[in-house]
Design a protein around this ligand. Structure first.
Ligand SMILES: NC(=O)c1ccc[n+]([C@@H]2O[C@H](COP(=O)([O-])OP(=O)(O)OC[C@H]3O[C@@H](n4cnc5c(N)ncnc54)[C@H](OP(=O)(O)O)[C@@H]3O)[C@@H](O)[C@H]2O)c1
Length: 444
């Protein structure tokens, strides 16, 4: 193989927006590993400009003096560069930075799940029209190369299902509740003190963050443009310690999952806590780790797991996109189609798939906390029988407080909508101390 170091390296000018956690990680990599990239890949990444609204309040003394600093979006957008790296987060001005970069024919890299989930298909179409490179590896599961896996490796197969632990904060809280016996609030406080949860954890614990990532993955795996608002989403705040007690009895654990499954021409999407059988590989993913399992008709199931966030892991994903963009530009002078999404978006077309309700079936776990009295089980079984829902098990541990008595019913695979109807009916019953709570189950 010819050594690229004998030739003069290919200069690639980088403009970076947002010197926060990920931005600093990227600059650190650029400075520390830049010589190796030059030597190894023949690519000379030159950081030419940084946009940050508060750079004057930050310690920037460690960053090369050749960088031009600005707080002005207009100046930043006008700066000559080959690639724009958007690491600000949020909708604005991230959206404007990405669109302008693509319109200008520059390569664009972003770690921003919020904009990718809402505008990703538009960006992909714009990138296809302008033949620009668009990289967003870090927008889903931080350091895990899941975008590359689905768009460059599994793409020849017909993907039937994607399911993943896509939020490290929730996975940490649920692991603490399962293994440490903590209640939700206690586990959240622990996550915050370790820096795993934001002061305002709403986006994570509501399932909103996982939903955005699932929307991006679904676009790639199923070549469809379903937006995050179309994904039924439930977070982890309703879980109580007794759920983990009964999960253990059922040889299972509880994880917040994003699931997208093809059913005929429809796509069933959901973000929810699931009761997962301990035999399933996803049940073993603990703490802040993320994991995604992709199932293809021919390849079968592929599971990838690792660090879904953090300065270093996320910066590596961003850097992989930057280096790939530079290689493409160097090797083809932009004459070939930008290596974006072999899974189908070069055409800029996305299928209209219907988000399903009809075909989504799961076995369910339903937890009750009641003021004990005769006839409770008979009332509940009647509600289930009316909807042709078959009971699998009734579980009741010894409990001293009969006025707050927890017990669990599990049911055989049932339409999601029928189960929701049954639970809505059960919520009206006056013996409830806490509203009944149903979780879909994943079994081997
Ligand atoms: N952190 C992770 O582990 C992780 C993992 C995967 C993906 N991501 C994604 O990566 C992106 C960046 O995340 P982060 O954690 O690095 O965020 P961050 O620490 O909040 O950094 C954002 C930076 O952008 C600056 N900024 C915000 N609004 C601006 C504006 N209007 N103009 C100029 N500068 C502005 C901020 O300045 P101030 O300091 O003044 O706020 C801050 O320096 C997000 O899209 C996030 O979802 C993050």
């Amino acid at each position: 193989m010819p050594s690229t170091s004998q030739n003069s390296p290919f200069e690639f000018r980088v403009a970076l927006a947002g010197l926060g956690t990920v931005g600093q990680g990227v600059v650190r990599l650029l400075q520390e590993e830049g010589p190796r990239y030059r030597e190894r890949f023949g690519i000379d990444l030159q950081l030419v400009s940084i946009l940050d609204r508060s750079y004057q309040q930050k310690d920037t003394s460690w960053i090369s003096s050749s960088v031009t600093w600005t707080e002005s979006l207009e100046d930043f957008l006008g700066t000559p560069s080959d690639i724009v790296v958007e690491l600000i987060g949020g909708m604005d001005p991230a959206d404007q930075i990405i669109r302008t970069g693509l319109e200008q024919g520059k390569s664009v890299v972003t770690a921003n799940k919020l904009v990718m989930a809402r505008c990703g298909t538009e960006y992909l179409k714009l990138a296809a029209r302008k033949n620009s490179y668009l990289g967003f590896e870090a927008s889903v599961a931080g350091g895990i190369p899941i975008i590359r896996l689905v768009s460059h490796s599994i793409f020849p197969d017909r993907v039937s299902q994607v399911r993943g632990i896509l939020n490290g904060t929730c996975n940490f809280i649920l692991s603490e509740m399962a293994d440490g016996g903590r209640d939700y609030q206690d586990a959240l406080t622990q996550a915050q003190s370790l820096g795993y949860a934001e002061v305002d954890p709403a986006l994570d614990v509501s399932g909103g963050d996982a939903r955005d990532k699932l929307a991006i993955l679904s676009t790639l795996c199923f070549h469809t443009g379903i937006g995050p608002d179309e994904i039924p989403t439930r977070g982890i705040t309703e879980l109580v310690p007794v759920d983990f007690l009964y999960a253990r009895k059922l040889d299972s654990t509880i994880k917040l999952l994003g699931v997208a499954a093809r059913k005929g021409e429809n796509l069933c999407l959901r973000v929810s806590p699931f009761l997962i059988d301990n035999q399933l590989p996803l049940s073993k993913i603990s703490g802040v780790l993320n994991a995604v399992e992709v199932t293809g008709a021919t390849v079968g199931s592929v599971l990838i797991s690792g660090k879904g966030a953090g300065e270093g892991p996320t910066a590596v994903s961003v850097m992989a996109d930057i280096l790939n963009a530079a290689r493409w530009k160097r090797d083809t002078s932009g004459a070939q189609v930008a290596p974006g999404m072999e899974c189908g978006s070069e055409s800029g077309q996305f299928d209209q798939m219907v988000s399903c309700g009809e075909d989504e079936r799961y076995p369910f776990y339903v937890r009750f906390i009641v003021k004990d009295r005769p006839g409770i089980t008979a009332t509940l079984t009647h509600i289930l029988a009316e909807r042709e829902i078959n009971i699998d098990l009734v579980l009741q541990e010894r409990w001293s407080d009969r006025s707050n008595l927890p017990f669990v019913i599990t049911v055989e695979p049932t339409l999601y909508s029928s189960m929701q109807e049954a639970v809505a009916e059960m919520k009206k019953l006056d013996f409830n101390r806490v509203e009944p709570f149903a979780l879909p189950m994943l079994k081997e």
